[in-house]
Design a protein around this ligand. Structure first.
Ligand code: DC
Length: 247
């Protein structure tokens, strides 16, 4: 029996990978997996704990030496569900998507994403989905670590200026006081953190296909990606595309 295909989309913050993953979910029925949401989830619950205990809401490496923090993250029941093939992150049966995309979480995520125990828990959660669904997984180490045997791997890039502009437009709605300079600073810091991470660092897989989204609209990029899927030699991809063309 042919198993379900796995596509990976790694890249820097703002490169367009999650938009592309969502579009593939919408157009082709892949299941979009957003690995960053899981690191955001752990960060959110640690910050919540610090807040409730009147502690400084700053997450550093040392925090993982505390037993109650390790217990807190170990006991979170994180579940990935899907609505219209898009990931919904559930914790203890609650949809927490609306809480996890704040600048405060991004500022505190480094120590959480650097921590080996957190990474192992995230990776286990993600790998459990493989084989059950046709997956398009976006993140930093999807093609290099988590799904290193994926059927097709993309590394999505865009110029730093364009990525900062995209993030600025996204943030402006919810955080009207943010300036473009602040967003550029955040992007530069996050790029460095992501590339220098001791485990799961952002880098292209050896067999990754590079997709540059600078100056391109989503339709142009998706057409390019579809051409790669159609040209893939993977039986799982071929079979999947054949089935949807018959449907
Ligand atoms: O994709 P995102 O911006 O929501 O990810 C938030 C952070 O989570 C990112 O800066 C680093 C971390 N992350 C990671 O270390 N590995 C992944 N596969 C995905 C995200």
């Amino acid at each position: 029996m042919i198993e379900m295909p796995v596509i990976t989309m790694d890249g820097h913050a703002g490169s367009g990978k999650s938009t592309l993953a969502k579009e593939l979910a919408k157009m082709y029925g892949f299941y979009q997996i957003d690995s960053g949401a899981l690191y955001r989830t752990y960060t959110y619950f640690i910050l919540k704990y610090l807040n409730e205990n009147n502690e400084n809401e700053i997450i550093s490496e040392e925090i993982f030496q505390r037993e109650e923090i390790n217990n807190l993250i170990k006991n979170l029941k994180i579940n990935i569900e899907f609505i219209n093939n898009l990931q919904i992150t559930m914790v203890n049966n609650e949809n927490i998507e609306e809480y996890i995309r704040t600048p405060r979480i991004s500022e505190n995520i480094k120590a959480v994403a650097d921590n080996i125990n957190t990474r192992n828990m995230v990776n286990d959660t993600l790998r459990n989905l493989a084989g059950k669904y046709p997956i398009v997984a976006d993140g930093r180490d999807m093609g290099t670590v988590v799904f290193y045997d994926a059927d097709i791997k993309f590394f999505v890039t865009a110029s730093a200026e364009e990525r900062a502009k995209r993030r600025f437009l996204e943030f402006k709605e919810k955080h009207p006081h943010i300036t473009i300079d602040e967003v550029v600073d955040q992007i530069v810091t996050r790029d460095k953190d992501d590339e220098k991470r001791p485990v799961g660092a952002l880098k292209p897989a050896k067999d990754a296909i590079f997709i540059d989204t600078t100056g391109k609209n989503i339709k142009q990029v998706i057409e390019n990606i579809i051409r790669y899927l159609q040209g893939s030699t993977s039986l799982r991809i071929k079979n999947f595309l054949e089935n949807i063309s018959k449907a």
